[in-house]
Ligand binder design. Sequence first.
Ligand SMILES: [Zn+2]
Length: 175
Amino acid sequence: MLSQAVSKAPSPNCDDRPGEEISLLVVHNISLPPGQFGGPGIRQLFTNCLDPDEHPFYREIHELRVSAHLLIDREGQVIQFVPFEKRAWHAGVSQFEGRERCNDFSIGIELEGADDIPYTDIQYQVLADVTRELMALYPEITPDRIVGHCDIAPGRKTDPGPAFDWERYRNLIIG
Ligand SMILES: [Zn+2]
């Protein structure tokens, strides 16, 4: 589907979309344990394999049933957990332009990162490349329909956080 090299880690945390067009892209961040990069925690969380004894934080979250369509790690590697035509469980309680349940009509991309730690150059590049391809595949995803998790769940979510340079990202999409 995408021209990038994508490794697959199928997540059971998805289901059918309720027939709606894909018309929104949501950018997130995640790191497990929080603030640490490079480990298997994210993949384990999204495939329901997180070991609660591995880290105190894992005890709180290991029963969550969550996923995203894609993860872009610090080295720019892309992992796909959910096919785009399926509904991934990334947004939670959310609203965009008056429509609730953004999972129904969005694609969720996780950047391995944290709100206050700069993202890597290759993450911006790969995110922009993937975004352009998704905009071609799903023309209803227009630049004004690319948002952060913080924008659709304000007060509840802060990602991708102040470290994410939206202007840089948007310039790369156009360029
Ligand atoms: Zn998020």
